[in-house]
Design a protein around this ligand. Structure first.
Ligand SMILES: [Zn+2]
Length: 288
């Protein structure tokens, strides 16, 4: 279900992800097929890549952390605020911004509204919202900022990340590891395993498409990308061993408004810093 049946704007971000340290994106393969205990994920023709879902997951948890920090430091979010009052829920900890009671109530109301609401006489050519659309819109209003951007079980997110394929040749090698005792956290004697990594310096092509973000959401999201570029973000596994540090470079941002989308205008090329720099305009510290 989509709370937005129309496409109004589209922000396309392209960049290179550079591995600053070795990168391990495991695929759960086995020794028999790969010759290592833990191979990296590869395309059918054997090139390592970074699944878009992994990137999106890392960006989402980064966004959640930042939203909670903003809330703790009384940085006031943009309008309209989530009606739930939750800025970033923790679905895996069992605290979703939409409770089961909320969901049931919205569903009942949507069923009623879809039956009762008739199109205005002068709007007969307009499509009547369906029960599913009314429900998705109501859930969206109450959902936290993280769910609104990245989606949840009730509606699709508005940020799509494509699989990032290598830019040029990417070398891998197999590293020796030491087994860690899960109970004590120390190296376990006699247990050895190895894992495959992508070597530092490898670059992957990133492409993110954001649809129908309001400007405050655009500046929040591009601010995340600014931090990724300047401070780095960890992708993949073994990050406690220092693996997986990546940075963005060669970032290109294009923004399509409705005219550009239908071919009546050109997309606007934007500077990431100019867009992300508007954070101050939309997100401000509330006076105590
Ligand atoms: Zn949520």
């Amino acid at each position: 279900m989509k709370p937005f049946s129309k496409m109004e704007t589209r922000l396309v971000i392209e960049a290179k992800i550079r591995a600053e340290t070795a990168l391990h994106l495991g695929c759960g393969g086995s020794v028999e097929t790969s010759g290592t205990d833990s191979p990296v994920i590869k395309t059918a023709d054997g090139r390592p890549f970074i699944p878009g879902s992994s990137i999106k997951g890392v960006l989402r948890s980064f966004a959640e952390q930042l939203l909670r920090t903003m809330q703790d430091h009384r940085i006031e979010g943009p309008e309209p605020r989530p009606k739930s009052g939750v800025w970033a829920c923790e679905p895996f900890a069992g605290t979703c911004c939409i409770s089961k009671e909320d969901k049931d109530r919205f569903w009942e109301e949507a069923q009623k509204e879809a039956k009762e609401k008739q199109p205005e006489p002068d709007e007969t050519n307009k499509k009547k919202p369906t029960r599913d659309e009314i429900f998705a819109q109501e859930v969206f209003k109450h959902a936290c900022y993280a769910c609104r951007l990245f989606g949840c079980q009730y509606f699709a997110g508005r940020i799509a990340v494509a699989d990032a394929f290598p830019d040029g040749e990417v070398a891998t090698h197999v590293r020796d590891g030491v087994g860690i005792d899960r109970d004590t956290g120390t190296a376990k004697e006699g247990i050895k395993y190895d894992f495959e990594v992508v070597e530092p310096g490898a670059e992957f092509n990133l492409r993110i498409v954001c649809e129908n973000l309001k400007e405050p959401e655009e500046v929040f999201f591009t601010h995340l990308l600014q931090l990724w570029r300047d401070e780095g973000l960890h992708l993949g596994g073994q990050t406690t061993r220092g693996l997986g540090l990546t940075r963005l470079r060669d970032i290109r941002v294009r923004r399509y408004d409705a005219d550009a989308l239908v071919g009546l205008g050109e997309p606007e090329e934007m500077e990431l810093d100019a867009l992300a720099g508007k954070l101050n305009k939309h997100w401000r510290r509330r006076d105590a």
